[in-house]
Design a protein around this ligand. Structure first.
Ligand SMILES: CC(C)(COP(=O)(O)OP(=O)(O)OC[C@H]1O[C@@H](n2cnc3c(N)ncnc32)[C@H](O)[C@@H]1OP(=O)(O)O)[C@@H](O)C(=O)NCCC(=O)NCCS
Length: 198
């Protein structure tokens, strides 16, 4: 099912509606302007962007646009992507969450290379699915990855998402996975604490 029709909301509403989520090791929070250094450092790493969009690294200006667009997405849709930090140290690790893919909620994740291989993407994505199904009552959440992005596809399989098809969006070939609400099972033993930011 498509997400509900978006409506314009104020900055305060954006803050109030973009909750903080804590998982076992991660804290998901709204981006702040001072995250730009960390985000820009991550997006200029060729390994991070290898399978993302056009595969090209982003300069600081593009990273700034990305950060602004992430915040604006919360305003327009009432859900979105979070900055992801280590719950204990507050170290910026990456970002991810839900975004609208032609009206379908899509789960996405990006981590700085220093933090790959620790299960963080899986932990983040579990929380995002739970947030989407429980807080927004989405009927279905999709995910896409370039066919060569084996690590990302492996994450989707670990999440229990089902392969649907090879397709393309914005002229980029991808594999599409999806999880229906009826097939979603809350991981009751996974820590998940949701608080409103205000
Ligand atoms: C894809 C990405 C998010 C994975 O993050 P991560 O925190 O390392 O993921 P996890 O540790 O939760 O899980 C990765 C799994 O893939 C496996 N994996 C890693 N590299 C792999 C490869 N080349 N082929 C197959 N599996 C691979 C890991 O072993 C792990 O599986 P396991 O838990 O069964 O051992 C991370 O590599 C990343 O940020 N990449 C750049 C951005 C990106 O491509 N995002 C996705 C866009 S679709």
């Amino acid at each position: 099912m498509l997400e509900k029709k978006p409506r314009e909301v104020t900055d305060d509403e954006v803050r109030a509606r973009s909750p903080v989520i804590e998982t076992a090791r991660l804290r998901l929070r709204l981006f702040r302007p001072d995250d730009l250094d960390d985000l820009a450092a991550m997006l200029r790493d060729p390994l991070v962007v290898r399978y993302v969009g056009d595969g090209k690294t982003a300069d600081r200006e593009v990273a700034h646009k990305a950060l602004t667009s992430v915040i604006d997405h919360w305003r327009r849709h009432g859900f979105g992507r979070w900055a992801v930090e280590d719950k204990e140290t507050h170290q910026f690790l990456g970002y991810g969450g839900l975004r609208s893919l032609l009206g379908m909620p899509e789960v996405v994740y990006h981590f700085a290379t220093a933090y790959w291989g620790k299960g963080y993407a899986t932990e983040l994505a579990h929380a995002c699915l739970r947030y989407g199904f429980e807080e927004h009552q989405f009927e279905r959440i999709v995910a896409i990855a370039k066919p060569a992005n084996a690590a990302s596809i492996h994450v989707l399989e670990k999440l229990g998402m089902q392969y649907e098809m090879h397709t393309s969006y914005y002229e980029i070939d991808v594999v599409q996975y999806a999880l229906d609400r009826e097939d979603y099972e809350t991981q009751v033993d996974s820590p998940y604490v949701l608080k409103l930011a205000l």
